[in-house]
Design a protein around this ligand. Structure first.
Ligand SMILES: [Zn+2]
Length: 333
């Protein structure tokens, strides 16, 4: 059941000028103590379908959340594991992203690549695995990852890419921003996309990937919305990218449809598994856990989950390594 919108901050969709009129509660499980994510609702546009957290939380507010909560030692999103231990460990998501990029453009030694929000560096490591001779850059604020990325020869801007960021003079031949845009408000999302256009070379390509989370479709199938602020549909993402002045070359959705998983009762099983893994992870990441125990657990996890490239190519999750659908767009200036 939807509720009436409780504030007048955003009633006209800034992407398509449609009406944002239906509202659902914002489910905040992972960050229930974070002051920045209190008293939110999700409203969605009846035209393009984008869902937005209201009242809108700007980057000015959210950067405190990312510094104090998201990357805290107890956060389930902390990048606690070191980079992939084996050269044979390749991320299926990153591999499929690179294969898609390479269908639009070849890359040589004079080209440059930038990963916005690489986390533990799967996309960059996969580029190395593929033998791509690119100068590589990354925007990554997580101190834990910065050192590892620099050891790989990657030039790291140790900060978040954000709507107010001062841009470098360099222009990149390829940029990937995977599962980052949904962390920004709708206004900041457009601003971030405009910033990306500014650092993309004239013949460059940009790959953007976000979860496909149409609130109009999945409204009753949600468990935890935090810390996302926008919930994208294909139509909304295409319009946002065009609003930022870029040209769309390719759009796809892939992964198992969320409603199919839900209807087949796979989601409740996955939720239980996810909650169990979350509890275990939180216990290891707590301040009370001795560091040696954490490092041992991470090593065991690394060994147990290590897959060869041959495992990945033969596995159904090659398309996507999660239990939901995503939207992937490639565009140019
Ligand atoms: Zn709209």
């Amino acid at each position: 059941m939807t509720e009436k919108i409780s504030n007048d901050i955003l009633k006209i969709c800034s992407i398509c000028k449609g009406v944002i009129g239906q509202v659902l509660p914002y489910n905040n499980v992972a960050y229930s103590n974070a002051p920045e994510l209190q008293d939110l609702q999700i409203a969605f546009c009846t035209n393009c379908g984008i869902g937005v957290a209201l009242p809108e939380k700007s980057w000015d507010i959210m950067q405190n959340f990312y510094e104090r909560s998201y990357r805290s030692k107890c956060s389930i999103h902390r990048n606690a594991a070191h980079l992939l231990a084996s050269k044979y460990s390749v991320s299926p998501r990153a591999l499929s992203q690179w294969m898609l990029l390479k269908t639009f453009r070849s890359f040589g030694s004079s080209d440059s690549f930038c990963d916005i929000g690489p986390g533990s560096g799967a996309t960059l490591q996969t580029a190395l695995f593929l033998g791509l001779n690119l100068k590589m850059y990354a925007y990554e604020p997580d101190e834990f990852s910065v050192g590892d990325l620099r050891k790989l020869g990657i030039e790291v801007y140790a900060k978040s890419f954000n709507p107010q960021i001062e841009l470098p003079s360099i222009k990149f031949s390829a940029i990937v921003m995977s599962h980052v845009l949904e962390h920004f408000s709708i206004s900041d999302s457009i601003a971030v996309l405009k910033k990306i256009k500014c650092i993309l070379s004239d013949d460059g390509i940009f790959l953007c990937e976000v979860p496909s989370t149409s609130i109009g479709v999945y409204g009753k199938m949600r468990r935890d919305d935090s810390p996302h602020l926008t919930f994208w549909t294909v139509s909304a993402l295409q319009k946002a990218i065009m609003t930022a002045g870029m040209r769309i070359l390719f759009t796809s959705t892939a992964g198992t449809k969320y409603e199919d998983l839900w209807n087949n009762k796979q989601i409740p099983v996955n939720i239980k598994q996810g909650l169990f893994r979350g509890i275990i992870k939180k216990a290891f990441l707590s301040k009370k856990c001795p560091k040696v125990l954490l490092n041992t657990a991470l090593q065991i996890n690394s060994i147990v989950n290590r897959k060869t490239i041959y495992d990945l190519l033969a596995a159904p999750e090659f398309e996507y390594s999660s239990d939901r659908q995503y939207i992937r767009i490639v565009c140019s200036t």
